[in-house]
Each structure stands twice: as structure tokens, then as C-alpha cells.
Design a binder for this molecule. Structure first.
Ligand SMILES: [Fe+2]
Length: 312
């Protein structure tokens, strides 16, 4: 009987949009939103409303919890500025960024993909650096790293002229824009693949780092007793008109947090091979242990477009 009354209530509400019962809210809202000229907007918002309403019913959301959620959203906005993007970080720590990345790459997540999440720290204008050059722009501790990367198409043919952005945290666990101790654009560079599809550069072996925990993302991690660490990685963004922009990360294989990345970014495909060098290093000024890193990136034909930079 109650279900029948609810159905009648919903039907009446659809005619007048006067809400008689909680069940009536969803169809009324969907009806109100159903006439947008933009069909994709209608589709996305209808699904969003259905899932949000179902979520509130599923957990019997209390008014205090609703306030808490709104406060968190507001604080995500307030914590975002030119050098930090809390919205990206929050999406990352709930696995949403990785989900969207996998849905849009590697045939809707059905196959392995070379793509990984962009993260909150990409900057648009990394300094152009000649092949073989260093991205160390101020005194940076850590073992030297000599990287040799190749970009090919899906058939293994080299792609020349790909602009490859590289960025990484310093071994103290901070990107240069988070750390006044590092020079502007330290550990960032933009390389262009040569006729054989290769780029080469010198850096330092990356170290793992904690994501910033002073905002709502950190509050959530503490409440869930999760550690804030990312396994050490290098970020790459490959761009060439005619090819789908490749956004990815490659992880250091001996990192203790490889299997518990706080932002769920590690796939098998993206675990790199970082080899301890033997004998004299490629450059004479290297002291102590040094590492070699080789990796092949595959870019698919498609549309080249750059993401909006999460920070300036
Ligand atoms: Fe990173």
C-alpha cells in the first residue's frame, strides 16, 4: 500500500512539481532537468542525480553528515590555489581519477594501458631541454639517474617529434612549486624525441612522498587510518598532433609503497626497471651509486589535446 501511495505521489508531483513524498523528489528533479538543449548535459546530470539520491537513501544520510560533506566540498575549494589543487588530490585519494583514466584509455579499461593519472603537479611550460640534458636545476640530493626513453606507435615504429614533459618530486618528497629550497622548474623538463623516437635526460632517482595532508583529503586519510604515501615515480606527458596525448607515470620497482599507493595509480605495466649502474657513470661528476632507467612509451593515433594544468 505504501509503495502504491508513493507511486501516486510521484505521479502527481510530476504534473505539478509539488513534492508529496521523499520518493517523489528524484523523478521531479529528473523531469525538471530533462529539457536541456545539451543532450550530454542531460545524460550526465540525470545519472548524477539518480546516483546521488540513491546514495543518500542507501546510507540514510543524516543532516549532520550532509553538512559535513558540504563543508568538506567548500574546504576543498578554499584549499585550492595557484600551487595546490585539492580537488584533484581528493579525486585521487578516492580512486576516482584512476577510474576515469582507465575508463578512457586501454579500450575502456578492458586492456592494459600505458596511461596513468595526471596528478596535481603538472605545469604547462616546462623548460625545453636538449636531449641528454639534465633536469636538475638546483642542488638536489639523491643518486644520479640516467633515463633513456623511446616513443613508438602501436606497431613499434619510432615516433619522432613528440614533445615529452617530464616532472618529478625531489628526493625530499616535494615538487619544486611546493618547496622554496628548489629552483623554479627544478626536476621538470620538456624534451623532443629524435628520429629514432628517443629522449634521454639526467635527473636523480625519485623517492616516494606523502601527498599533502593539511586539507580535506588528509582528514579523510587520517579518519580511515591510511598512510599518505605515493611510491616513487616519474611523470611523463607525450604530445604530438595526430596522436592521443599520453599522460602517464612510471614507478620505481623497489619502492616499499608500490602495492599501497595512496592514489591507486600503480598498474603492472607502469612498474619501471631502475637498474643500479656498474662501472664508471655516463658522466664524470657522478659520485656514489647511480641508476639507469629505460622505458618504451606507446602512443596511439588520435586527438592531441592538453589537459588544463591543475596548477600554474
Ligand atoms: Fe607525482
Amino acid at each position: 500500500m505504501a509503495a502504491k501511495e508513493a507511486a501516486v505521489g510521484a505521479e502527481q508531483a510530476l504534473r505539478s512539481h509539488i513534492i508529496e513524498t521523499q520518493e517523489a523528489v528524484t523523478p521531479v528533479v529528473l523531469d525538471a532537468m530533462s529539457r536541456a538543449p545539451n543532450a550530454r548535459l542531460t545524460e550526465v546530470m540525470a545519472s548524477f542525480v539518480r546516483h546521488m539520491h540513491a546514495f543518500a537513501r542507501d546510507v540514510r544520510l543524516t543532516e549532520e553528515e550532509f553538512e559535513l560533506g558540504l563543508d568538506a566540498l567548500n574546504r576543498i575549494g578554499q584549499a585550492t590555489n595557484d600551487s595546490h589543487n585539492e580537488a584533484v588530490l581528493f579525486s585521487d585519494v578516492i580512486g576516482f581519477s584512476t577510474l576515469v583514466c582507465l575508463l578512457n584509455n586501454g579500450q575502456n579499461g578492458a586492456t592494459e594501458t600505458a596511461a596513468a593519472l595526471l596528478g596535481p603537479f603538472w605545469r604547462m611550460h616546462s623548460p625545453a631541454t636538449p636531449n641528454g640534458g639534465s633536469i636538475i636545476r638546483s642542488e638536489t640530493p639523491g643518486p644520479a639517474l640516467f633515463a633513456n626513453c623511446r616513443v613508438t606507435d602501436p606497431d613499434g615504429r619510432p615516433i619522432a617529434g613528440v614533445e615529452v614533459d617530464v616532472w618529478q618530486a625531489s628526493p625530499v618528497g616535494l615538487y619544486e612549486n611546493q618547496d622554496p629550497g628548489q629552483a623554479e622548474m627544478n626536476l621538470r623538463g620538456k624534451f623532443t624525441t629524435d628520429a629514432t623516437g628517443c629522449i634521454a635526460f639526467r635527473s636523480v632517482k625519485p623517492a616516494g612522498y606523502p601527498v599533502p595532508t593539511d586539507g580535506p583529503a588528509g582528514d579523510l586519510l587520517r579518519a580511515q587510518q591510511r598512510h599518505p604515501y605515493r611510491p616513487a615515480h616519474l611523470h611523463f606527458l607525450g604530445f604530438k598532433p595526430g596522436y592521443k596525448t599520453l599522460i602517464t607515470q612510471v614507478f620505481v620497482d623497489d619502492d616499499q609503497h608500490l602495492e599501497s599507493d595512496v592514489v591507486f595509480g600503480v598498474t603492472r605495466h607502469l612498474i619501471g626497471d631502475f637498474r643500479l649502474g656498474t662501472g664508471p657513470a655516463p658522466e664524470p661528476d657522478v659520485e656514489g651509486p647511480w641508476y639507469l632507467f629505460d622505458y618504451v612509451f606507446v602512443m596511439e593515433p588520435g586527438e592531441a589535446k592538453l589537459p588544463a594544468p591543475p596548477i600554474r
